[in-house]
Design a protein around this ligand. Structure first.
Ligand code: NI
Length: 176
């Protein structure tokens, strides 16, 4: 397992549409998911899409447990949303690719999912609460959409500028 670099805005790769995994889930995919999970825990975050480490495949990892000694990793290969309810819920979201920016996004309160798990088994289930928020946020990444794309143009631009500035500051501090 290895910790990979997480892409941040305005990296153009974050706007790419990820392609499906074709054929069975292989050891290579599992190695990628292991790296993604380690990278996510290290950040730390609760969800990560493969494109966030520069791999344009429809793969997501997640852990909503928030407890280091009781980890509950979840893996999603080729996830699809089959159904959503009309009820929307706001949630203050953040994203490892838009560090230190948080803002409210409204999404469906529940959705029914289909995906392949770590071992390639097909799963169908309903997601609600934080799980529903997180899977919809992560599946947006697969379409090249970030949570700031749900905000006003002004807020989005401000967020990107802030991340860029913070990055420049970090580079300068490293050089000193
Ligand atoms: Ni994100």
């Amino acid at each position: 397992m290895a910790i990979r670099e997480i892409l941040t805005v305005p990296d153009p790769r974050l706007k790419e549409v990820s392609r499906p995994v074709v054929g069975p889930v292989t050891d290579e995919h599992r190695a990628l998911m292991d790296d993604m999970l380690e990278t996510m825990y290290d950040a730390p975050g609760i969800g990560l899409a493969a494109i966030q480490i520069g791999v344009p495949l429809r793969i997501i990892v997640m852990d909503l447990s928030r407890e280091e000694d009781a980890r509950e990793p979840r893996y999603f290969v080729n996830p699809e949303i089959l159904e959503t309810v009309e009820e929307k819920k706001p949630y203050e979201e953040g994203c490892l690719s838009v560090p230190d920016i948080f803002d409210e996004v409204e999404r469906s309160a529940r959705c029914r999912l289909r995906y392949l798990d770590y071992n390639g088994n097909a799963v169908e289930e309903w997601a609600e609460d934080l799980y529903a928020v997180c899977i919809q946020h992560e599946m947006d990444h697969l379409e090249g959409t970030l949570f700031i794309d749900h905000l006003s143009r002004l807020k989005r631009q401000r967020a990107i500028d802030k991340v860029k500035k913070a990055k420049l500051r970090a580079i300068r501090e490293d050089a000193n």
